[in-house]
Design a protein around this ligand. Sequence first.
Ligand code: SAM
Length: 213
Amino acid sequence: MFEEQRRRLVEKLIEEGYIRRPEVAEAMLKVPREEFVPEEYKDLAYVDRPLPIGMGQTISAPHMVAYMIEAAELKRGDKVLEVGTGSGYHAAVMAEVVGPEGHVYTIERIPQLAEKAKERLERLGYGDRVTVLVGDGSKGYPPAAPYDKIIVTAAAKRIPEELVKQLKVGGIMVIPVEEEPGYQVLYRIEKGPEGLRVQRLLPVAFVPLVEEG
Ligand code: SAM
């Protein structure tokens, strides 16, 4: 039942233009979103909307996961940092795209969510390709830097300097930025040899990026 629903959702996201490349479609066809949502929401796993995952947080809507992966031009072999693990769903889809040659580092500030996501990702076979970390992801994760791509799934007040530093030259970061109270825009930031190219993509609604200290 879920497989059929998943296939229909992926077809819809292709039609709507959120999924543009076959490797992203294949990745989303493989990852069972129903495993990443609480029991009481399983029936809604393939409705294209965010869902609560506890601790006041959400799993992003599937179209947003696809859109961010496409905007970052995520590809096989990439080393990617995700800030905001949440359920681990976005990390699993990215793990499918980067393949065994790549790696996903994902960092979550709420230990209970990180623990659950880690257990889930291991159970579903992503343990080798995804490293789940606990901490303030606005500071990045310097031990594995620099990254080909950085994906931030919580809204920042401004572009975190530390994350820009940890991006490779030629790398891309996709991050929601709260430009004014209650108004967030998804940014695509490309780090060139001469500086940053910042594009504003579309208005979005994410939970806030909580920065410590
Ligand atoms: N990518 C997630 C998924 O696939 O389920 C959805 C993430 S949810 C929209 C945003 C997450 O960012 C929340 O779990 C929240 O706790 C986390 N978060 C907020 N500020 C953070 C920070 N400074 N460092 C790490 N995680 C943070």
